[in-house]
Write a protein that binds this ligand. Structure first.
Ligand code: ADP
Ligand code: ASP
Ligand code: MG
Length: 450
């Protein structure tokens, strides 16, 4: 492990405008061990690009293109020498215009990724210039040279071995000469076409590059000073967790704590690299350290909330005393590239939710008509939408006594649609109607953490 290397990632709000970029630059410069900076697109830009990639009417398209130009030019115009970068920014904006016109004629997932990648290309271009104009030697690096992925556009998976090789040859030597600024979220497949790792994927990029470079720490700088007992936007009384284990934080991310992309901790765990989460707006407020061991391992650690969950209930009398029904169901789901998330079974039915972890860049629904038709040929299918998954994250939950009473005792005003408890000692999950979700989390938080 390189004792002296930190990979620092800054999210959309941390590069939203000129002031935010300068605060993030301060954070980078405060620790000389930070040699690689991974950036998201400026806040709002990815959403605009996703919308453009869906193919817009000319008027709407012009409006969205103007919005992107406005967000990025607000930064350009505040540089002390804006002219050195104008041409380059204009060239990227022209590319976006051209691609959005193509998307209006015919959309495709490859085109979407190509278009959406421009948010990170722009933010990194601008950040390098912000640093340069502060007399900091820095270099822009195209992450697609090393982030080799498969070609599942919108949710591409990196080839870890190739990434490690390419990083060692193409990126590592540059770190000795200058601070390197690169893009999160984007990659490229074998033929060189641009891919993306799914929404929120910049965290994952930082962790993957941290692993490939054997970094000593991965810093995730965002708009909250750490990981909280639950989303502070839902529960203002949520408390910061100073130290948390990889397992607990990974469960939180998987079950919806947006502060970390669900895959972020995989490389960190594999290579035992601590991850720090802090606020670029207020770095002195401290943050959360995610690492292998934590001094405290409380029974209840945090609550996570994942919205827009779909529950499938499959009924079949053939299931009664028979074998192979579940195998058939899982086979079909596997063919559609869907992994099952929560599951409960009874004598003649099985209820399951589809894993939406790390959804695609466009947020496409997993539940297609073709899948429903195929499942319907096997059994009666019921679909319930608009549910929310609430997860309680903790330690040794399945070994403790009284967990049920403590959790469910305060939830009697609510309908609990499905409960999963016992498979993992780190979580207890259940589904509630989407409209009740925030109230359920607030009630539980009051009871378990306040
Ligand atoms: P970035 O753009 O920096 O990647 P995100 O919006 O993806 O930032 O993630 C930060 C947000 O995550 C916070 O503003 C907060 O609302 C949300 N969040 C959800 N759960 C948690 C949690 N348990 N602790 C902290 N923040 C959380
Ligand atoms: N810009 C991308 C997104 O908005 C990736 C990221 O911010 O992590 O999803
Ligand atoms: Mg994020």
């Amino acid at each position: 492990m390189s004792q002296s290397l930190i990979v620092a990632k800054f999210g959309g709000t941390s590069v939203a405008d000129f002031a935010a970029m300068n605060r993030s630059a301060d954070v980078v410069l405060a620790d000389p061990k930070t040699r690689l900076v991974v950036l998201s697109a400026s806040a709002g830009v990815t959403n605009l690009l996703v919308s453009l990639s869906e193919g817009q009417e000319p008027e709407q398209r012009a409006y969205q293109l103007d919005e992107i130009r406005r967000i990025q030019y607000a930064i350009v115009d505040q540089l002390s020498q804006p002219d050195v970068i104008r041409d380059e920014v204009d060239r990227v904006l022209e590319n976006i215009t051209m691609l959005s016109e193509a998307a209006a004629l015919a959309t495709s997932s490859a085109l979407t990724d190509e278009l959406v990648s421009h948010g990170e290309l722009l933010s990194t271009l601008l950040f390098v210039e912000v640093l340069r104009q502060r007399q900091v030697e820095s270099q822009w690096f195209d992450v697609r040279k090393v982030m080799r992925t498969d070609d599942r556009f919108g949710r591409a998976e990196p080839d870890i071995t190739l990434l490690a090789e390419l990083t060692q040859t193409q990126l590592a030597p540059k770190l000795a000469d200058a601070l390197i600024v690169t893009q999160g979220f984007i990659g490229s497949e074998a033929k060189g076409r641009t891919t993306t790792l799914g929404r929120g994927g910049s965290d994952y990029t930082a962790a993957l590059l941290g692993e490939a470079l054997q970094a000593s720490r991965i810093d995730i700088w965002t708009d909250v000073p750490g990981i909280y007992t639950t989303d502070p936007r839902v529960v203002p009384a949520a408390k910061r967790i100073d130290e948390i284990t990889f397992e607990e934080a990974a469960e939180m991310a998987t079950f919806g704590a947006k502060v970390l992309h669900p895959a972020t901790l995989m490389p960190a765990v594999r290579s035992d690299i601590p991850v720090f989460v802090g606020s670029s707006k207020d770095p002195s407020a401290g943050g959360t350290l995610v690492c292998n061991e934590s001094k405290k391992l409380p029974l209840f650690r945090a609550l996570a909330l994942r919205r827009k969950q779909t529950l499938l209930t499959l009924h079949s009398l053939n299931m009664l005393h028979s074998r192979g029904f579940l195998a058939e169901v899982f086979n079909i789901l596997a063919r559609y590239n869907i992994s099952v998330d929560l599951i409960t079974t009874s004598e003649v039915s099985v209820a399951l939710t589809l894993d939406t972890t790390g959804s695609t860049s466009t947020g496409d629904s997993l539940l297609t008509q073709a899948l429903l038709t195929e499942l319907s040929s096997l059994c009666r299918v019921e679909v319930e939408e608009n549910l929310a998954l609430v997860a309680i994250i903790g330690n040794k939950l399945s070994q403790a006594c009284g967990v049920g009473k403590e959790v469910f005792g305060v939830l009697d005003p609510f309908n609990l649609r499905l409960i999963c408890y016992g498979a993992s000692s780190y979580n207890l999950c259940f589904l509630v109607p989407g409209n009740d979700a925030e109230q359920v989390v607030q009630t539980l938080h009051r009871n378990l953490f306040e």
